[in-house]
Design a protein around this ligand. Structure first.
Ligand code: NI
Length: 191
C-alpha cells in the first residue's frame, strides 16, 4: 500500500464530476489496490472521509471512517465505509448547521447547512448494494464526501463567509458553542 497525494483547493481535479465505476472495474485488482491506498491515505491524514478525486482520480469512490478522530473529537464513530457510485437523497426537510473542514481546504472551517436525515444508496467495495439512512452529524459527513464526487467543496455551501475560520481560531472561539450544538444533535439522532 502507499500514501496518495491529496489535491488542494484550486486544483481542477476537485471540480470534476467523478465518473461512475463499472462492476468489472471495481472487481479488478487495480481498483481494489486503489481503494486500499485511499483508506490508508485517509487514516494517515486523519480525515473523517476521503473522496477519490481528492487524490487525483475522478472516479465515484469515497471512504468514510470516524474512529475517535482527534481532528473532530465531537464526531460519533462511523465504521469504515466505502461508497461506490453513491446517491444521496434527503429523508426529511430538516436541516442543521454543520461546521466543516476538509483535507483539500487546508486550515479552514466554516458553517454549512446539511440535511439532518438522508438515504444513502451505493455499492460497497465488493459491489454489494448498500441502502441505509444516515442521521445527525454523520449525515453531514456523508453529504460532504458525496459532494466531492460532484466537484463540490464545502466552501461552495458556506452561505455566510463570516463563519469561515482557521482551525486555530475555531478552537479558540467557535468550538465550544458548536460542540454543544453537535452534542444535542447526536443525542437526538444517535449519530
Ligand atoms: Ni472534504
Amino acid at each position: 500500500m502507499s500514501l496518495l497525494k491529496i489535491a488542494t483547493i484550486g486544483n481542477q481535479v476537485l471540480r470534476e464530476n467523478a465518473r461512475p465505476v463499472s462492476r468489472e472495474e471495481l472487481a479488478g485488482r487495480e481498483m481494489q489496490l486503489f481503494i486500499d491506498d485511499l483508506v490508508e491515505t485517509m487514516r494517515d491524514a486523519r480525515g473523517a472521509g476521503l473522496a477519490a478525486n481528492q487524490v487525483h482520480r475522478p472516479v465515484q469512490v469515497c471512504a468514510i471512517e470516524v474512529r475517535d478522530n482527534p481532528r473532530y473529537p465531537y464526531k460519533p464513530n462511523i465504521p469504515l465505509t466505502i461508497l461506490v457510485n453513491p446517491v444521496i437523497e434527503p429523508l426529511s426537510a430538516e436541516r442543521f448547521t454543520n461546521n466543516e473542514g476538509c483535507l483539500s481546504v487546508p486550515d479552514l472551517r466554516g458553517e454549512v447547512l446539511r440535511h439532518a436525515e438522508v438515504r444513502v444508496r451505493a455499492w460497497d467495495r465488493s459491489g454489494h448494494e448498500l441502502d441505509f439512512a444516515a442521521r445527525g452529524l454523520s449525515a453531514g459527513t456523508y453529504q460532504h464526501e458525496v459532494d466531492h464526487l460532484h466537484g463540490k467543496l464545502f466552501v461552495d455551501s458556506v452561505s455566510d463567509s463570516r463563519t469561515l475560520t482557521s482551525w486555530k481560531e475555531f478552537e479558540r472561539n467557535g468550538q465550544a458553542a458548536f460542540v454543544e450544538r453537535a452534542r444535542a444533535l447526536v443525542a437526538r439522532f444517535g449519530s
